[in-house]
Design a binder for this molecule. Structure first.
Ligand code: SF4
Length: 85
């Protein structure tokens, strides 16, 4: 399981999560390729260690533990994983 970035990130891309992730599981950061083009940031489920630091930092409450993703945003579980395939 992992944390998931959901719809509120779209158009915000604050990237506070990117700064705090201890295992570099969140991309693209502001200085990385793809940041300008992407709608949102994504968490790599293979790297996330479920520390919760990103969720606590997110100013728009876009990040949820996989089990707690609101029903309307369930598709974001796959969207996050697909970014890394
Ligand atoms: Fe990184 Fe922790 Fe967020 Fe997982 S829960 S993406 S490890 S900050």
């Amino acid at each position: 399981m992992a944390y998931i970035i959901c719809e509120p990130c779209i158009g915000n891309k604050e990237a506070a999560c990117y700064e705090v992730c201890p295992v570099d599981a969140i991309h693209p950061g502001k200085s990385e390729d793809g940041y300008e083009e992407t709608d949102q940031l994504y968490i790599n489920p293979d790297d996330c260690i479920e520390c919760g630091a990103c969720a606590a930092e997110c100013p728009v409450e876009a990040i949820y533990q996989e089990d707690e993703v609101p029903e309307a945003w369930k598709s974001y579980i796959e969207k996050n994983a697909n970014y890394y395939k």
